[in-house]
Design a protein around this ligand. Structure first.
Ligand SMILES: Nc1ncnc2c1ncn2[C@@H]1O[C@H](COP(=O)(O)OP(=O)(O)OP(=O)(O)O)[C@@H](O)[C@H]1O
Ligand SMILES: [Mg+2]
Length: 281
């Protein structure tokens, strides 16, 4: 017996206008939270980004890896310290960040996408000077602030049919390597590519106020919520980066629940969507 409510053909037909709308558009997707740690979710999100690529969307992945960095630092007896929610990064920690993000995590994501035929290529911000930075401020050590993105290099990879997976590590004019917050790096990367969408996959339903989900968030409300402390902690870099990228030409930012199986497909290809969309006024 087929389920009378969810007919497969209806689901596909509902997706058709979105497939038409987004053919050739660029989506930047930031992986965070459970999609970085849960085996089943890691594979599902690899399938989702491959599917997006296969139907003609130019997909770029940016990933973090906070938990893994902390656990490797522990194994090497390197102390982890946070200042205002950001990782204090001395030279030893910077090397751990480079190893774990650029090596282990980046290649794990690439491998998973390629199992599905997604033609992923892993690069760090050091490669082709992809992410140029300057020192963020003295209190955080080697944490970089993005000054320039080599969009031409990413566009070349996309043109050749590759799916770039970016480890957020930056380099300055002298060649010094810096740790870069993945949420914050995703904004300028999306802006440099004139992305139609920047999507943050995270561990909560979206942006919430007083316990309930905000499905549509405007710039001014977002700014107020940050001021009032309704938006706090790990949500701040996402929303601030979202607002900056909207100002720089990104059309829409989504913050969605990566714990929901195939969250990306649901957000992009169904009428209802899930999570929070942030738009400029
Ligand atoms: N208004 C808000 N709405 C939703 N979440 C909020 C809000 N304010 C603060 N948060 C917190 O922000 C968290 C999301 O940021 P977090 O840094 O934990 O996720 P991530 O960046 O996706 O994952 P990770 O940093 O582990 O890679 C939520 O789980 C929640 O605790
Ligand atoms: Mg975070």
């Amino acid at each position: 017996m087929t389920n009378p409510i969810f007919r497969k053909e209806d689901v596909l037909i509902e997706a058709l206008p979105y497939i038409q709308q987004f053919e050739g558009a660029t989506f930047v997707i930031k992986y965070g939270g459970a999609v970085m740690h849960d085996e089943a979710l890691k594979s599902m999100v690899a399938q989702d980004v491959t599917l997006l690529r296969k139907i003609g969307i130019e997909v770029v992945v940016v990933h973090g890896g906070g938990k893994e960095i902390t656990s490797f630092a522990e194994k090497l007896d390197i102390e982890t310290k946070f200042v205002n929610g950001q990782r204090y990064t001395d030279e030893k920690m910077r090397d751990v960040v480079q190893m774990v993000l650029g090596g282990l995590i980046n290649k794990d994501i690439v491998r998973r996408i390629n199992v599905h035929g997604g033609r992923a290529v892993g690069v760090s911000g050091i490669d082709a000077n992809l992410i140029k930075v300057k020192k963020h401020n003295d209190d955080l050590g080697l944490v970089g602030e993005v000054t320039e993105v080599n969009a031409a290099f990413i566009k070349n990879l996309l043109k050749d049919g590759y799916l770039p997976v970016i480890a957020p590590i930056g380099v300055d004019d002298e060649g010094t390597v810096y740790n870069v917050n993945a949420d914050i790096a995703a904004g300028p990367i999306a802006a440099s590519l004139d992305a139609a969408k920047l999507v943050y996959l995270t561990d909560t339903e979206g942006v919430k106020a007083n316990g309930s989900l905000i499905s549509h968030l405007t710039q001014s409300t977002a700014e107020n919520h940050i001021k009032e402390g309704i938006i706090s902690g790990g949500m701040i870099p996402k929303v601030e980066s979202a607002l900056a990228s909207l100002e720089s030409g990104v059309q829409k930012v989504h913050i969605i629940d990566g714990r929901v199986p195939h969250a990306l497909l649901l957000e992009i290809f169904t009428k209802e969507g899930i999570g929070t969309e942030i738009v400029s006024e």
